[in-house]
Design a protein around this ligand. Structure first.
Ligand code: AMP
Length: 396
């Protein structure tokens, strides 16, 4: 069966077509500037990329163009749309009610619309993308795979915030957690290697957005992102966790509205805010090497917060079998992995830095030092494959 995976953003739509028998990606691409002017990049393994400008008024126009290209005699990889067995949609937020990957019918769409208020950035484009795909491909099943659903196994003590309980009941303010599909994928990979059903694993998804998750036996017990993807460790432009009073104090002092304050915390903080150089970890490390003190401070803060969360999750789980790094920084940056793992030997984490610093970028590698109690891995994430797999399992 062939599964199309779709990830709709506000002005973009990413796609990948999988052949589930072989696990191969047959084609993938990106529609950009939807609703503005429009452009598409279409890629097939081993073939030259196709790039074109195209009038893309909305998500429906984008998916129509994607299907046209997939079926094109020269540029395509299938002979007709009927070869697509199902569509898997990446959806950031499933709220409290959608607790696992699900076939999306009217009832699910209505529920997703009802929670747009707690997911204002990612909810509307995801819904628009699903509706567009359903209208263009009405005869196949559409499956939603939710970043939040991996966290449905967390206990109340991990997801209820210590604020008046009525606020949770009234507004569903709680820890949801994000990047769940990525954590689930790399945790499953580590479990396969360990061959232990009740393995205690910490997965560090460190990219532009970063989150850390603790899992026992492939089930999440805690995670660093919360009500929104703003909580937890510092990120490219996001602050991560703060004393809440810092927020109200800045608002008063700087005369900022709630929207203005959210912008400061979301797009002007983190690595960018402290270094003043860049949100990109590579740029900040380069500036640190050239002697820029604020860049060094930004990296030191990042590592400090990550270590604190790793330590707290080991305490929470009363042990650890494996530590996993993934996403842009986690998969590729041996220097950051070294900074994090340094001086964690008391907790049983020791890495072989020769392997760590020389391992291929984006290649699954065990970086454990001989004799270390905890095994440590760099594992490339593959959220799209996980979405395709869930979709396949649900429809086959
Ligand atoms: P992501 O959001 O997963 O795409 O990750 C983006 C982050 O990963 C940026 O901070 C980049 O600096 C970092 N990154 C991406 N590729 C590399 C690489 N090859 N080496 C080091 N860092 C990288």
């Amino acid at each position: 069966m062939k599964i199309l995976v779709v990830n709709a953003g506000s002005s973009s739509l990413k796609y990948q077509l999988f052949d589930m028998e072989s696990g191969d990606v047959l084609a993938k691409g990106l529609c950009e500037r939807i609703g503005i002017d429009g452009a598409i990049t279409h890629k097939r393994p081993g073939k030259e990329n196709y790039k074109a400008e195209a009038s893309l008024g909305d998500h429906k126009a984008a998916i129509e163009l994607v299907l046209k290209l997939l079926c094109d005699p020269q540029l395509g990889v299938i002979s007709g749309v009927e070869e697509i067995g199902a569509v898997g949609h990446r959806v950031a937020h499933g709220g409290e009610k959608i607790r696992c990957s699900s076939i999306i019918e009217d009832k699910e769409l209505e529920y997703l619309e009802s929670i747009v208020e707690i997911n204002p950035l990612h909810g509307p484009p995801a819904i628009s993308g699903i509706k567009a795909c359903k209208s263009v491909m009405p005869n196949v099943k559409h499956v939603g795979v939710f970043d939040t659903s991996y966290y449905s196994t967390m206990e109340e003590k991990a997801y209820i915030y210590p604020i008046p309980y009525e606020l949770y009941e009234k507004y569903q303010i709680r820890r949801y957690g994000f990047h769940g599909t990525s954590h689930r994928y790399v945790c499953a990979k580590a479990m396969e290697i360990l061959g232990k059903d009740d393995a205690k694993i910490i997965t560090c998804h460190l990219g532009n957005g970063s989150s850390i998750t603790a899992s026992i036996g492939g089930k999440a017990v805690d995670t660093s992102m919360g009500f929104t993807p703003q909580e937890g460790v510092p990120m490219g432009t996001r602050s991560g966790s703060l004393d809440p009073t810092v927020v109200t104090y800045i608002m008063k002092k700087e005369g900022l509205s709630p929207d203005g304050m959210e912008k400061l915390l979301n797009s002007k903080s983190g690595l960018l805010g402290v270094s003043g150089v860049s949100s990109d970890c590579r740029d900040v490390l380069e500036a640190q090497d050239k002697g820029d003190n604020r860049s060094k401070l930004a990296m030191d803060i990042l590592v400090h917060y990550i270590k604190k969360i790793i330590g707290s999750y080991i305490a929470e789980m009363n042990g650890l079998d494996a530590l996993v790094f993934t996403a842009g920084i986690g998969e590729n940056d041996g220097i950051v992995r070294d900074m994090i793992c340094k001086d964690l030997s008391y907790l049983g984490i020791e890495i072989d830095n020769d392997i760590n610093l020389s391992c291929g970028r984006g290649v699954q590698t065990e970086i454990t030092k001989k004799g270390s109690r905890v095994r440590t891995f760099a594992i490339p994430t593959n959220e799209e494959y996980m979405i395709a797999l869930d979709t396949y399992e649900l429809v086959k």
